[in-house]
Design a protein around this ligand. Structure first.
Ligand SMILES: [Fe+2]
Ligand SMILES: [Fe+2]
Length: 292
């Protein structure tokens, strides 16, 4: 058994891998019911007042371009839909699923800022190139995709701590992207590890695919159906790393697949405007950073 298989096997046997909060599980169950109604969904959230406050804060924030003006949860559910509310609920809870594991040189705050800003970046890119895309994405999907894309890193940091530290050090010493260093040290990278967690959490395929393929968007194994979302996150991730918006643990930016830019219908002339827009919009990360 090689190193990567060994780590994946060990991961399968970790029983204390974080689980989703009960309220999220309840929400998902309620949504999957064909007779789901807005009142019932709102009720589940209203039973958790801090969750309710967080959701209202987010939907009325600049992340949703302040256009919602939502004063009650029922209004939020009616306007935005069940799935969006469930995704936003998840966006405000994910930080508490992983506890900071102490002074390790891996800043949870910087890490989450990176992830939030990749979500913001994916949204900026989508708004810019949506006429060239075949699929429509709502802001909650784009933001939660970014928020979760690197989730495997936090699993590695908590459960394979020594090896992960070694990978971080190697990536600095050899000036190589962290995912390459992870594969050198552990035989597996955070995208593969994240995919295991996505499976354990029964995440929907859009998020699972972003987590698995955000470094290899053109892989023949990546699902065609979610390819556009994967490419948006891949590009946003590259820009956030390059511009050092937050800290995804990469001193060397992960490699960028040049074909992706053109495939989104963007030209070289668009680069600086998009980078500027992402830098500017990244200030909107504060609303979610308040929950870290
Ligand atoms: Fe990554
Ligand atoms: Fe990243």
């Amino acid at each position: 058994m090689d190193k990567g298989q060994e780590i994946l096997r060990r991961l399968e046997t970790i029983h204390n891998l974080p689980t989703l909060p009960v309220v999220i599980t309840k929400l998902r169950e309620a949504i999957s019911n064909p007779n789901a109604d807005a009142k019932k969904i709102a009720q589940i959230i209203e039973d958790d007042p801090s969750m309710m406050a967080r959701i209202l804060k987010v939907v009325n924030s600049a992340l949703y371009r302040g256009r919602q003006d939502v004063t009650s949860l029922q209004m939020a559910v009616a306007r935005m839909g069940f799935n969006a509310i469930s995704n936003i609920a998840m966006s405000t809870t994910i930080f508490s699923i992983f506890k900071s594991s102490g002074p390790t040189g891996f800043s949870h705050e910087d890490f989450w800022r990176h992830c939030i800003c990749v979500g913001i970046g994916a949204d900026v890119l989508y708004e810019r190139c949506k006429d060239n895309l075949s699929k429509r994405y709502t802001p909650d999907i784009l933001q939660l995709s970014g928020l979760m894309h690197d989730i495997g890193k936090i699993v590695l940091e908590q459960f394979f701590h020594a090896s992960f530290r070694q990978a971080v050090t190697l990536s600095v010493e050899e000036e190589i992207p962290l995912c390459d260093a992870e594969r050198k040290v552990m035989g597996v990278d955070h995208a593969e590890i994240g995919a295991v967690l996505a499976q354990r959490w029964h995440l929907t395929p859009d998020f699972a695919q972003v987590i698995r393929w955000h470094h290899k968007p053109m892989s023949i194994n990546a699902s065609e159906e979610y390819s556009e979302l994967i490419r948006l996150c891949h590009t946003a991730d590259y820009i956030c790393n390059l511009e050092r918006i937050g800290d995804g643990g990469n001193l060397t930016a992960p490699s960028f697949d040049q074909k992706v830019w053109g495939s989104l219908g963007l030209s070289v002339g668009d680069i600086s405007e998009i980078v500027d827009a992402i830098k500017q919009q990244s200030a909107h990360s504060e609303v979610l950073m308040a929950f870290v």
